[in-house]
Design a protein around this ligand. Structure first.
Ligand code: FAD
Length: 277
């Protein structure tokens, strides 16, 4: 029997038709052989990929896959958000990843005004139980949070507003995830929490992403990756080995699923999943 829990794969919307075609016909079809629960498609800061997200989700659905758009309010009028929800419902979408979203510069004075809790409330009020709602969780604490306790409190509020499950920011310290699960249990947060998994394929981009989103790269990992900097294949092979071990630890904690940040690539993610099977 497979040891792999249900998996989901995250894409970002390609810039053009050609990129979308490659994503669906090459990457999604290859990852599709792993029977994902769903593919999710990110939503650019401030709605910058509004059409691209919708189109990519529609293309995935047309290719026979379950697809979940990410959605944030940004500076959109509430009426526009409601139209988007109606549009997704009409196209058979039944899952949304509801987020505050990354903050584009010049977006307004209060970065917390359109937080994820407000979006979850809006979706539940407008669409009822039409969508399974995923929200984001941060085992290593969100970088804007005043404290770990405040972050957990805001997480609980958006869960109580009507989230069905949560997907975490990626992390390389499984202890941080386990500690987060314990703190959630103490706070009476009982929804399924699915760890986000970021395959390692390139040190420079990993450092760039991690600095931005507050994910810790353990010192030992950073140092080994620095030694492998000029060895692309060596980095990928080492990254697959490390992430296989991380996922094994997560599976032994009984996680309800694994969500892979694929960066629109299939190779490393497939190898990790095959190692786990
Ligand atoms: P929130 O839950 O609103 O929390 C954001 C911060 O505000 C936290 O520090 C929280 O403690 C604090 N906070 C919340 N409510 C309040 C309040 N009322 N008063 C004061 N502080 C408050 N970004 C994108 O732009 N597009 C994507 O598609 C995308 N997909 C993602 C998918 C996953 C699985 C994850 C984990 C992240 C994703 N992100 C995406 C990044 C995410 O949008 C950012 O981390 C963003 O800064 C926070 O979004 P959130 O939904 O977690 O916000």
């Amino acid at each position: 029997m497979s040891r792999l829990p249900p998996v989901s794969f995250e894409f970002f919307p390609p810039r053009d038709e050609e990129g979308r075609s490659k994503l669906i016909n090459n990457v999604a079809r290859k990852l599709g052989t792993l029977n994902p629960h769903f593919f999710s498609v990110t939503y650019g800061a401030g709605g910058s990929t509004r059409d691209g997200t919708r189109q990519t989700v529609a293309d995935l659905k047309a290719a026979g896959f379950e697809a979940a758009p990410h959605l944030s309010m940004g500076n959109d009028e509430i009426i526009e958000v409601k139209q988007t929800l109606d549009d997704y419902a009409a196209h058979g979408i039944n899952r949304i990843v509801a987020l505050r979203g990354d903050q584009p510069s010049g977006m307004g004075t209060n970065p917390f005004a359109n937080n994820a809790q407000a979006l979850v409330e809006l979706i539940r009020q407008h669409s009822g139980k039409q969508f399974h709602l995923e929200v984001a969780a941060y085992p290593e604490t969100h970088p804007d949070a005043k404290s770990a306790a405040a972050d957990l409190d805001y997480f609980k509020r958006k869960v109580d507003a009507g989230a069905d499950s949560a997907i975490t920011q990626y992390f390389y310290n499984v202890d941080a995830f386990e500690n987060f699960l314990n703190r959630c249990a103490q706070a009476n947060i009982t929804l399924p929490i699915i760890p986000g998994v970021m395959p390692i394929t390139n040190l420079a981009s990993l450092v760039r992403f991690s600095d931005k989103c507050g994910a810790d790269i353990p010192r030992w990992l950073r140092y080994v990756l620095m030694d492998l900097q000029d060895d692309e294949q060596g980095t990928i092979d080492f990254g697959v080995e490390v992430m296989t071990r991380v996922c094994e630890q997560l599976i032994s904690l009984g996680v309800p699923g694994l969500h892979f940040y694929t960066l629109n690539r299939w190779g490393a993610t497939t190898r990790i999943c095959e190692n786990l099977n």
